[in-house]
Design a protein around this ligand. Structure first.
Ligand SMILES: Cc1cc2nc3c(=O)[nH]c(=O)nc-3n(C[C@H](O)[C@H](O)[C@H](O)COP(=O)(O)OP(=O)(O)OC[C@H]3O[C@@H](n4cnc5c(N)ncnc54)[C@H](O)[C@@H]3O)c2cc1C
Length: 381
């Protein structure tokens, strides 16, 4: 017999795990399918405010200790050459974390399983839709699932990340606001005490981010627009650009570069769906709205929208006709606040008004249209 669930959550990152946790907590039969591999694990920072969300999810034990590093302060060189620092001691939630991302995601999926969700390492694809629900095929997921095994469900949560794989093939359109990409590289350990701060440094073609990783390594990411020369993954260009920075170069200075040292490139643009629910599906996390990493809000938003989507789908299946619209309004509020903050922070950096990267992000500049969501095709992806 074909296994049947109330909900299949497609994607087991923070959004999918949070949705599965919320649904299982409400007694729903839920399958959480996560394709092995996942997105590149960059080594993200999680703000301390996540404590409240993780507690609400019943996953409070996911973060402390466990290989993640505490983040006590955020340093920046932004809007002026004078470095500024924001100490975590001023945050009522306490310090944030530099995450071991694969471990964090795995712990969240384990918490979902402990709450009653069935968790499988499998790629899930909708194969058919009828009035009473969906059939999906699962690829991978161990011998029990079999090759291309089928499952049924009443509802799908699309938590597939930036691809929004279910929503965009079932009536939703992805709106893209810019062309930001991150080129990332991990540098080896250096002797001496660990500097536990994050550092953001603005430069003429974008900005740099650096943060410690477990085992004394350092994450270096340079953000720029995909169409600018600085986006080339040429190791020599990267080292040349790094040498032109201030505190970022000083921090990287003593560390060994990996021999090939070619950075990997990841999409980091602002994007959202034109609708976050449709006929039999609801989107959460990056699938619903993906943010510029400058905000440091990606994982927090994925946890928040994942949980909210799970609760909304549960209420909808229980007969509440407004639950999904309330969820859509909550996501719209998050996006509005994000866009306000995005404009404020980019507006603070005025040192290079003639450079395309900054001109595109200053609303009065000639390229202001790029700061508004546009058709993905028009944005060149
Ligand atoms: C360079 C860079 C730096 C960043 N830095 C930060 C930071 O410092 N702090 C922060 O909070 N955020 C940061 N972010 C953003 C953060 O990574 C994302 O917001 C977050 O991962 C979104 O979580 P998610 O669960 O929505 O999606 P994802 O984490 O992308 O997870 C989606 C999952 O779905 C799976 N999947 C996809 N398709 C299928 C399918 N058909 N079947 C089954 N599974 C599927 C994938 O394998 C993946 O595991 C950064 C992003 C980038 C690109």
């Amino acid at each position: 017999m074909t296994p049947s669930y109330d909900v299949v959550v497609v994607g087991g990152g923070p959004a999918g795990a949070a949705a599965a946790l919320a649904l299982a907590g409400r007694g729903r039969a839920v399958l959480l399918a996560d394709a092995p591999g996942g997105p590149p694990a960059v080594g993200e920072a999680l703000p301390a405010a996540a404590r409240t969300l993780l507690r609400d999810l019943g996953a409070a034990a996911t973060v402390p200790g466990d290989g993640h590093l505490p983040c006590y302060a955020n340093r920046s060189v932004w809007g002026s050459a004078v470095p500024a620092s924001l100490d975590g001691i001023r945050d009522p939630h306490g310090p944030g974390w530099h995450l071991d991302r694969p471990l964090f995601d795995r712990r969240l999926r384990e918490a979902a399983a402990a709450a009653g969700a069935e968790v499988r390492a499998a790629t899930a694809r909708p194969a058919g839709r009828r009035a009473d629900g969906w059939t999906l095929t699962l690829h991978g997921g161990g011998p029990a699932a079999g090759p291309g095994a089928g499952v049924r469900c009443r509802w799908i949560v699309d938590a597939t990340g930036r691809r929004a794989a279910v929503a965009t093939t079932h009536g939703a359109r992805r709106l893209v606001g810019d062309r930001l990409v991150g080129l990332h590289l991990v540098l080896g350990a250096a002797p001496g005490p660990v500097d536990s701060t994050t550092l953001v440094e603005a430069v003429p073609d974008g900005w740099w981010y650096s943060a410690p990783l477990p085992a004394g390594r350092l994450l270096l990411v340079t953000f720029t627009d995909a169409d600018l020369p600085a986006a080339r993954t040429d190791p020599r260009l990267l080292r040349h650009r790094l040498a032109a920075t201030g505190p970022t170069a000083a921090r990287a200075g003593a560390r060994p570069f990996p021999p090939s040292a070619a950075p990997a490139r990841a999409a980091a643009h602002t994007a959202r769906l034109d609708r976050v629910h449709g006929d039999g599906w609801t989107a959460a996390g990056d699938a619903a709205a993906a943010f510029d990493p400058l905000s440091s809000q990606g994982i927090l938003t994925a946890l928040y929208t994942g949980r909210a989507a799970g609760l909304a789908v549960d209420a909808h299946l229980a007969g509440d006709p407004r639950a999904l619209d309330r969820y859509a309004a909550a996501v719209a509020d998050v996006v509005t606040a994000y866009r306000r903050n995005h404009a404020t922070y980019y507006g603070l950096e005025r040192r290079w008004p003639g450079r395309p990267f900054w001109r595109r992000r200053h609303p009065t500049g000639p390229d202001a249209a790029l700061s508004r969501p546009a058709d993905p095709a028009a944005a060149g992806r």
